[in-house]
Design a protein. Structure first.
Length: 101
């Protein structure tokens, strides 16, 4: 099974507090596709790439203000860790656990 494929509960540690997402990812070769859900909002995964257990992708948020989060994460079994870069806003720690493959 591909390393990043599955449904993940992730948390992004921001200065405004932890931002929680349910992330659904699927690997198609070296490409990651999927979506992130936060409340009633669903965001498509953009520019997803994978290399083994490492992946990069972007989410374009519109609330509480427009910002693109560029993720660089690593899966170790059913845990996910890494960072989300938000341009001038800084880099935030990302953690997560897999709900299902």
């Amino acid at each position: 099974m591909p390393h990043l494929t599955g449904t993940w509960n992730i948390s992004v540690a921001t200065p405004m507090g932890a931002q929680a997402f349910v992330l659904r990812l699927a690997e198609e070769g070296a490409t990651i596709i999927g979506e992130a859900r936060r409340g009633e909002t669903t965001l498509p995964v953009k520019q997803g790439r994978t290399d083994g257990n490492r992946g990069t992708f972007a989410l374009n948020l519109s609330s509480p203000f427009p910002v693109t989060l560029n993720f660089a994460v690593t899966a170790q079994g059913d845990t996910l860790s890494g960072e989300a870069m938000a341009g001038m806003l800084g880099t935030f720690i990302v953690t997560g656990t897999r709900l299902a493959a």
